[in-house]
Design a binder for this molecule. Structure first.
Ligand SMILES: Nc1nc(=O)c2c([nH]1)NC[C@@H]1CN(c3ccc(C(=O)N[C@@H](CCC(=O)O)C(=O)O)cc3)C=[N+]21
Length: 286
């Protein structure tokens, strides 16, 4: 292990370099991986994320298509767009930026994406595959966290991993991946009684609650590895994690910062999932 602060930016750079080489190999075989991102509405944070995904996709040599739809767009118009992309051979990954406006049912939209193009790993088929230990797309944030842990030399075997948060996007798949890596896993959430008593048992603590600075030193055992999934835009306009970084830092054996931790890994794994999808499409076309 190197420094105490896990450098997500640096690890994401390495992953992206590896993806870039993979893209070059596929292109030499006549296959260009393609990612389509659908953005509904004009929320500035969502627009910024989509812009960053588009830039990264192009920088790695992949084909990028961004579809911007009006905030008033109907669910059926969005479903039609997904159906078109499901049938487009130049597109290997489809991502619908969340959250969606309230007239649109997120679950129905996610279920409409072909599971083989679901590079977010949000489709129920991929969720089921993860739970069953079958190959499929794994959600980018938890997958990125596993890569960070591996490349920082964190051994999960037999360790107690505590995940705070039970979303389909982070908490639940994170718990599955940690379990697969032979950790003993506990999932905590907003109704958990005496949260600090449980998180203090964690050798590895993953905070995915969505509340700035929620995890303080009283939640952390000495020597724990602390992973901060929070992306809260503070009143100061800056990004803050779910972990009170400065106060938790002394106890942690290693810790991810925000920004520069989990966020960049999420985008890197999206690129990796898109490459994986294109590789599979190429193999299946021969
Ligand atoms: N269908 C879908 N898939 C997603 O993967 C998805 C989504 N919807 N909706 C929104 C969330 C959020 N998300 C982030 C990705 C990268 C950073 C990231 O790179 N953050 C940088 C800083 C960026 C900044 O400064 O604003 C960092 O933490 O260092 C953050 C957040 C993906 N999401």
């Amino acid at each position: 292990m190197e420094g105490k602060i896990i450098d997500g930016k640096e690890i994401s750079r390495q992953v992206k370099e590896e993806v870039k080489s993979g893209v070059e190999r596929l292109k030499a075989e006549g296959m260009t991986p393609g990612l389509a991102v659908i953005l509904v509405g004009d929320d500035p944070a969502s627009a910024a994320y989509v812009g960053s995904k588009e830039r990264t996709t192009k920088a790695l040599g992949m084909h990028s298509e961004v579809i911007r739809m009006d905030r008033e767009t109907s669910e059926s118009a969005l479903l039609d767009e997904i159906t078109r992309l499901n049938g487009d051979p130049a597109i290997h990954g489809i991502l619908v930026q969340l959250p969606l406006p309230e007239q649109i049912d997120e679950q129905r939209v996610i279920a409409a994406i072909h599971p083989d193009k679901d590079v977010d790993g949000f489709h129920p088929e991929n969720a089921g595959r993860l739970m069953a230990g079958m190959d499929g797309f794994v959600p980018c944030t938890p997958l990125g966290i596993m890569v960070m842990l591996e490349r920082s030399g964190v051994d999960l075997n037999g360790k107690h991993a505590v995940v705070v948060g039970r979303s389909n996007i982070v908490g639940k798949p994170m718990a599955m991946l940690l379990l697969q890596a032979n950790a003993t896993v506990t999932i905590c959430h907003s109704r958990t009684e005496d949260l600090p008593a449980i998180t203090r048992q964690a050798d590895v603590l993953v905070a995915a609650v969505g509340r700035e600075g929620m995890i303080g030193p009283e939640h952390v055992k000495d020597g724990a590895v602390v992973i901060d999934v929070g992306i809260n835009r503070g009143e100061d306009g800056k990004l803050h994690g779910d972990v009170d970084f400065e106060r938790v830092l002394p106890a942690a054996s290693s810790i991810t910062p925000v920004p520069g931790g989990v966020g960049p890994m999420t985008i890197a794994m999206l690129m990796s999932n898109t490459l994986k999808s294109a590789g599979k499409a190429l193999r299946e076309s021969r």
